[in-house]
Design a binder for this molecule. Structure first.
Ligand code: ADP
Ligand code: TRP
Length: 329
C-alpha cells in the first residue's frame, strides 16, 4: 500500500480539511508507506501572492505536524521534487481536452471567464495525476470534492499504460472519509466549509483560539426545532445535520448515537456541548502548531529532508515513463 495525498497551500487549514482529509492522513501512517505534500505548484493557479505562498507553505506544514504527521510519513513541498513537474509534462500528452473540460472544479473556478483563465488552472488535474502516479500510489485519502480528480488520474494511468504497452501505473483508489466526506459552512448548510469563503465565521480554523471556536459554534446557523431521535430525520435540516455530523466526527462516534443522546433537546443545549468537544479536540493541535510556528526554520529543514526521500522514490518511475515514451534520458 503506497499512500499519497496533497493539500494546496493557500491560507489556513480549517475543520473541514482536518476531519475530511488530515485526520485520515494521520491514521494512514500505520497502514502503509505514506507521502504527504504541500501542493505549492497547484497554489500558483490561485491568486496567491509570493509572500502568502511562502508563508502558507511553512504554516500548513506546521499544521500537519501539529495534527500528528510524523516521521512515519514523508512530508515535503511539491516544488522541491521536480519529478512531479517532469512527469506532468509527459502526462499532458496523455490527458485529453475533453476530460479536463468536464472537471467541475475547473468550471467553478474559471466561471464565465474561461478565455481569461490561466492554462495552469485548466491543466491542474494533470499535475495532480502526476503527483499521484509518480509514486505509483495505490491509495489517495481526500475529501469527496476531489473524487473527480482521482477519476481523471485513473483515466490518465489507464491510457498511458495502454498507449505505451506498459504496466507502469497502478490505478489509485480514493479513500474518502466516511465520518466527514463534506463538512458544510457554519453559516450555510448548503455550502462546503472552505478557506475561500469570504466569511471567517463560516469555518473553524485550526489556528483559532478557544474563545473563537466557541463563539463561532454559538453563532452558527441552526434552527428552532428540537433534535429528533433519528439522524435520517435531519435530511431536510442541513444546518442541524451539519452540526450533528461535526459532533460525531470529532467524537469519533456514529451520528445516530449522537442524536439519540440529544433527542428532545434544542440547539441551546447542543451548541455548548459541541463547543466544549471542539475545543477539547482542537486545542492540543493548535497549541502544538503555535510551538512549531516559533521555529519555522526547523519546519523548513524537515520539508527539505522529506523532499530528498520523495525524490528518491519518484526517480525510478519518472525514468520508466521517460523511457516508455522514447525520451533518451
Ligand atoms: P478548500 O476547499 O478549503 O480550499 P482544499 O481544496 O485545499 O480546501 O482541500 C484540501 C483537502 O481537504 C482535500 O482533500 C479536500 O477534499 C478536503 N476538504 C476541504 N474542504 C472540506 C470539507 N468542507 N469537508 C471535507 N473535506 C474537505
Ligand atoms: N487538488 C487537491 C486539493 O485541492 C490537492 C492535491 C494536489 C492533491 N495534488 C494532489 C490531493 C494529489 C491528492 C493527491 O485539495
Amino acid at each position: 500500500m503506497r499512500v499519497v495525498s496533497g493539500i494546496q497551500t493557500t491560507g489556513n487549514l480549517h475543520l473541514g480539511n482536518y476531519l475530511g482529509a488530515i485526520r485520515q492522513w494521520v491514521a494512514m501512517q500505520d497502514e502503509g508507506e505514506c507521502l504527504f505534500f504541500l501542493a505549492d505548484l497547484h497554489a500558483l493557479t490561485s491568486n496567491v501572492t509570493p509572500q502568502e505562498l511562502a508563508n502558507s507553505t511553512i504554516e500548513m506544514a506546521a499544521t500537519l505536524l501539529a495534527a500528528g504527521i510524523d516521521d512515519r510519513a514523508i512530508l515535503f513541498n511539491q516544488s522541491r521534487v521536480p519529478a512531479h513537474s517532469e512527469l506532468c509534462w509527459i502526462l499532458q500528452g496523455t490527458a485529453r481536452m475533453g476530460w479536463l473540460n468536464r472537471m467541475t472544479q475547473w468550471k467553478d473556478k474559471a466561471g464565465k471567464n474561461r478565455e481569461g483563465a490561466s492554462v495552469g488552472l485548466f491543466t491542474y488535474p494533470v499535475l495532480q495525476a502526476a503527483d499521484i502516479l509518480v509514486y505509483q500510489a495505490t491509495h489517495v485519502p481526500v475529501g469527496e470534492d476531489q473524487k473527480q480528480h482521482l477519476e481523471l488520474a485513473r483515466d490518465v494511468a489507464t491510457k498511458f499504460n495502454t498507449d505505451f504497452g506498459v504496466e507502469l501505473f497502478p490505478l489509485p483508489e480514493p479513500l474518502i472519509s466516511k465520518a466527514a466526506p463534506r463538512i458544510m459552512s457554519l453559516r450555510d448548510g448548503s455550502a462546503k466549509m472552505s478557506k475561500s469563503d469570504p466569511s471567517d465565521m463560516s469555518r473553524i480554523n485550526l489556528i483559532d483560539d478557544d474563545d473563537t471556536i466557541a463563539s463561532k459554534i454559538r453563532k452558527s446557523k441552526s434552527d428552532a426545532d428540537l433534535l429528533p431521535d433519528s439522524f435520517d430525520a435531519l435530511a431536510e435540516r442541513p444546518e442541524a445535520k451539519n452540526l450533528v455530523t461535526i459532533y460525531a466526527a470529532l467524537a469519533e462516534r456514529e451520528p445516530q448515537s449522537v442524536v439519540e443522546e440529544f433527542a428532545g433537546q434544542g440547539f441551546g443545549a447542543f451548541k455548548p456541548a459541541l463547543a466544549d468537544l471542539a475545543v477539547s479536540v482542537l486545542a492540543p493541535v493548535r497549541d502544538r502548531l503555535q510551538r512549531l510556528l516559533g521555529d519555522r526554520a526547523a519546519v523548513g529543514a524537515q520539508l527539505a529532508r522529506g523532499a530528498e526521500r520523495a525524490q528518491a522514490l519518484a526517480a525510478p518511475t519518472l525514468k520508466a515513463a521517460q523511457q516508455a515514451v522514447g525520451l533518451q534520458v
